[in-house]
Write a protein that binds this ligand. Structure first.
Ligand code: F6P
Length: 547
C-alpha cells in the first residue's frame, strides 16, 4: 500500500508546516480582517469557528488536497452503502443506518436493513412506553420506578452521556441509573436505596461476554432473587440488549426480553441502537427519535457538503494538521455547557479506541503520529484547574470549545459570566501577551523596575494555541444528535487519512486475557511464578495482605 507520506499533498504539508511554525495567529488575524468569515461554517445545528488555528488559505487548500488524494468521498460512500470497511473484522460499518430517518432502503447481504431497524425501533417504542406509563409491572405487581443500565464502554458511555446531557428534557417518570464499574462499590451504592420490586435492569452488552458487565448482572440477579424468593421474577426485571442472543438466554434472560444489536454497529457508535433504550425510557421515545433526527441531519451534511464546507472533514483535517504535522500530542475537549459534562469521557472512547493505532489497514508500521490523546473537563472547572498548562506550558494542546447560545436552565446572570469566559479563553489562547505588553501593563500600574524584571517573564503568554469553537443554539435532543455525529464522522475521516482501521479494537484484548488468567490465581489463592518480577511482587503483596 502506498504510504500517505508519499502523497504530493502530504509532502507539501510537511514543508508548509515548517513555514507555518514561524507564524503567529495574532499576526494572521491582523493581516486578514475576514479571517473569521474565511474559516468558519454556519450550519443549522451549530456554528463552527476554526479561524483560531495556525492555518492560512494555503494550509486549508493543501489539507483538502490531502483529503482528495485519500479519496475521502469514495470512502464515505463505501461506509454509507454498507461496504465491509471494518477490514480486520470483515464487517460493514452502518451506525448511520440506525438514524436513517429518510427510511431509504439500505441493502446488506441482499437484505434491506432499514426494515430490521424499524422493527427494532418499534420494539423500543412499545417497551419504553410500557415502562414509562407504569404498564410494565414488577414481580409484585408494582410499577417500575428505577431502571439500572448495566454495561461498560460503548454500552454505557453513550447512553449515560446523553441522559446526563438531556436531563432537563426528562419528565422523571422513571429514574435511570448506570453501573459500569466492576468495583462492587458502584453497584452497591446504586442498589442500596432501591426497592427490588420496582427496579428494571437492562443488561447492555454487544458480545454478552464482557466480564465486568456479567459480574454486575449476576450481582443484580442475586439481589433481585434474594428479595423475590423466586427466579421467575427475573423475566419481569431483566431485559438485555445484545448481538449475542444465545449468551443472553443462557444467562437467564427471557427471549422476548432481548433487544437485538447487529455486528455492523460498533460498540462506541451504538447509542443509536437499542443500547439507547435507557435514553428512550428516561426522555420518552419521541425525544430519542429527535436525537436520531439530529444525527441524520449531520449525516446528510457529511454526505452532501463539498469537502471545503464539510464540518467533520474540516475538524478531522485540522486535528491531523495539529498533531501529525505540527506535533501536538493531546487534544482537550472543553464543554462550557454543564449538560455536556460527560462529553470528553465519551469522546475519549470514540476517538482513542477508534484511531489509537500504529499499523495501517495492511498491517504496516505507521511512521507518523496518528491521533492525540483526548482529555477534558467542563471548561469553567478546567479554568481553575489545568488551564494554566494550556496557556503557558511548553506543550501545545489544541482544544475544542463547545458552548450554547442559550442555556437550557436559565438562571439570571449566570449565562453571561459563563459565555464571557468561553469567548475570552480562546482569545487569550490565540493572542497571548508578549513581554513588552506585560512590562507596559506593570509600569502603568506603578510597579518598580525590579519587580517588573522579576515578574514579567512569568506573565508572558506566548499564545498561538489552536482552538476550534463549536457554538450550538441550545442543547436539545436534536442538536446533541448532530454534535455526536459530527465527532463520529470526524473520527472516520481521520482514520481514512491516517490509514488506520477505525472500527476494531484489538488493543483491548491483551489486558483482558491476562486479567482472566490472574483472576483465576486470585480466586484460588495460587500464583504463577512465571510472571515478571513486578507483577509477581504486586500479586504476592496483595495476596499476603488480603484478609
Ligand atoms: O473492551 C472494549 C470494549 O470491547 C468496547 O469496544 C465496548 O464498547 C465495550 O468493551 C463493551 O463491550 P460489550 O458491549 O460487548 O460488553
Amino acid at each position: 500500500m502506498t504510504s500517505r507520506t508519499s502523497l504530493a499533498s502530504w509532502q507539501k504539508l510537511t514543508a508548509h508546516a515548517q513555514e507555518m511554525k514561524k507564524a503567529h495567529m495574532s499576526e494572521l488575524f491582523s493581516e486578514n480582517s475576514k479571517r473569521f468569515n474565511d474559516f468558519s461554517l454556519n450550519l443549522p445545528p451549530f456554528l463552527l469557528d476554526y479561524s483560531k488555528n495556525l492555518i492560512n488559505q494555503q494550509t486549508m487548500e493543501l489539507l483538502f488536497d490531502l483529503a482528495k488524494e485519500c479519496e475521502i468521498e469514495a470512502w464515505r460512500e463505501k461506509m454509507f452503502s454498507g461496504a465491509r470497511i471494518n477490514k480486520t473484522e470483515d464487517r460493514a460499518v452502518l451506525h448511520t443506518a440506525l438514524r436513517n430517518r429518510s427510511l431509504t432502503p439500505i441493502m446488506l447481504d441482499s437484505k434491506n436493513i432499514t426494515d430490521d431497524i424499524q422493527q427494532a425501533l418499534n420494539q423500543m417504542k412499545e417497551f419504553s412506553e410500557k415502562v414509562r406509563q407504569g404498564r410494565w409491572k414488577g414481580y409484585s405487581g408494582k410499577r417500575i420506578t428505577d431502571v439500572v443500565n448495566i454495561g461498560v464502554g460503548g454500552s454505557n458511555l453513550g447512553p449515560q452521556m446523553v441522559t446526563e446531557a438531556l436531563k432537563q428534557y426528562s419528565d422523571n417518570s422513571v429514574n435511570v441509573h448506570y453501573v459500569s464499574n466492576v468495583d462492587g462499590t458502584q453497584i452497591a451504592n446504586v442498589l442500596r436505596p432501591l426497592n427490588p420490586e420496582k427496579v428494571l435492569f437492562i443488561v447492555s452488552s454487544k458480545t454478552f461476554t464482557t466480564t465486568e458487565t456479567m459480574t454486575n448482572a449476576n450481582t443484580a440477579m442475586k439481589w433481585l432473587v434474594a428479595s423475590s424468593f423466586d427466579s421467575s421474577a427475573i423475566a419481569k426485571h431483566f431485559v438485555a440488549v445484545s448481538a449475542n442472543k444465545k449468551n443472553a438466554i443462557n444467562f437467564g434472560i427471557a427471549k422476548e426480553n432481548i433487544f437485538d444489536m447487529w455486528d455492523w454497529v460498533g460498540g462506541r457508535f451504538s447509542l443509536w441502537s437499542a443500547i439507547g433504550l435507557p435514553i428512550a425510557i428516561d426522555l420518552g421515545f419521541e425525544r430519542f427519535i429527535e436525537l436520531l433526527e439530529g444525527a441524520h441531519e449531520l449525516d446528510n451534511h457529511f454526505k452532501d457538503a463539498p469537502l471545503e464546507q464539510n464540518a467533520p472533514v474540516i475538524l478531522a483535517l485540522l486535528s491531523i494538521w495539529n498533531c501529525t504535522f505540527l506535533g501536538a500530542q493531546s487534544q482537550a475537549i472543553l464543554p462550557y455547557d454543564q449538560s455536556l459534562h460527560m462529553l470528553s469521557a465519551y469522546l475519549q472512547q470514540a476517538e482513542m479506541e477508534s484511531n489509537g493505532k500504529s499499523v495501517t489497514w495492511d498491517g504496516e508500521e505507521i511512521s507518523y503520529p496518528t491521533v492525540p490523546s483526548i482529555w477534558g473537563e467542563l471548561g469553567i472547572n478546567g479554568q481553575h484547574a489545568f488551564y494554566q498548562y494550556l496557556h503557558q506550558s511548553n506543550n501545545i494542546v489544541p482544544a475544542d470549545f463547545i458552548g450554547s447560545v442559550e442555556s437550557v436552565t436559565p438562571v439570571q446572570g449566570h449565562h453571561e459570566t459563563l459565555m464571557a469566559n468561553f469567548f475570552a479563553q480562546t482569545q487569550a489562547l490565540m493572542q497571548g501577551v508578549n513581554e513588552e505588553q506585560v512590562r507596559a501593563d506593570l509600569a502603568a500600574k506603578g510597579r518598580t523596575k525590579d519587580y517588573i524584571d522579576k515578574v514579567a517573564p512569568h506573565k508572558v503568554h506566548k499564545g498561538n494555541r489552536p482552538t476550534n469553537t463549536i457554538l450550538l443554539n441550545q442543547i436539545s435532543p436534536r442538536s446533541l444528535g448532530s454534535l455526536i455525529a459530527l465527532y463520529e464522522h470526524k473520527i472516520f475521516v481521520q482514520g481514512i487519512v491516517l490509514q488506520v482501521c477505525s472500527f476494531d479494537q484489538w488493543g483491548v484484548e491483551l489486558g483482558k486475557g491476562l486479567a482472566n488468567k490472574i483472576q483465576k490465581e486470585l480466586t484460588k489463592n495460587t500464583i504463577n511464578t512465571e510472571h515478571d518480577s513486578s507483577t509477581l511482587g504486586l500479586i504476592t503483596f496483595y495476596q499476603t495482605k488480603i484478609k
